[in-house]
Ligand binder design. Structure first.
Ligand SMILES: C[S@@+](CC[C@H](N)C(=O)[O-])C[C@H]1O[C@@H](n2cnc3c(N)ncnc32)[C@H](O)[C@@H]1O
Length: 168
């Protein structure tokens, strides 16, 4: 598939990380399309939550339909939960990992790198609720250049990679 978009969000979900959820330079991809509005039980009672996952491109990040060297920037925010129930809000919103997750993240990361232009940037978001980021870097065979912990409990990590960076 050919595109002149500069940015790929490879796991867009409901685009909650975006300030402009329809940024003209971005192509939004996910493996699912769905609309969900229900009453979900939460710790503080019950609340209604809405979920819209409406990617421009429906595809698997382990097998992307783009040519090599296409994007300047790729955002990769894969599912990070293993033990969540299939019906829980967090699972609906973020997806779920199975036992093959190290291989899946390895293959997804390799695809992100393939579709990046030389010297392109990959932003990898990871939440350390169940799996420490160090295990993810082991699975993908690379560590970010630098990054930052954020969130209420500092469990969310934003890491920056560059295609073709000099190996340590
Ligand atoms: C942590 S959520 C992303 C949240 C998103 N960044 C946001 O701002 O709302 C992970 C997303 O990856 C998607 N996903 C899981 N496996 C995938 C795959 N193999 N290929 C493409 N998308 C996948 C899920 O459907 C889910 O929407």
């Amino acid at each position: 598939m050919k595109t002149n978009k500069k940015i790929l969000d490879a796991t867009c979900g409901s685009r909650s990380i975006w300030f402009n959820k329809n940024h003209p330079d971005a192509l939004y991809m996910d493996k699912r399309r769905e609309q969900d509005s229900r009453i979900w039980k939460s710790g503080d009672g019950q609340s209604e939550r809405f979920l819209t996952v409406d990617p421009d491109v429906l595809a698997d990040f382990t097998e992307m339909p783009f040519e090599d060297n296409t994007f300047y920037l790729v955002v990769f925010d894969p599912p990070h939960l293993k033990s969540v129930s299939e019906t829980a809000w967090l699972c609906r919103k973020y997806g779920k990992l199975d036992d093959t997750w190290p291989q899946m993240l390895h293959d997804g990361f390799a695809e992100c790198m393939r579709v990046l232009k030389p010297n392109g940037i990959l932003i990898f978001k990871w939440s350390e609720y169940e799996i420490p980021a160090a295990e993810v870097w082991k699975a993908i065979g690379r560590k970010p250049l630098f990054g930052h912990h954020s969130g209420k409990n500092s469990k969310t990590f934003w890491g920056c990679f560059m295609k073709g960076e000099t190996d340590e």
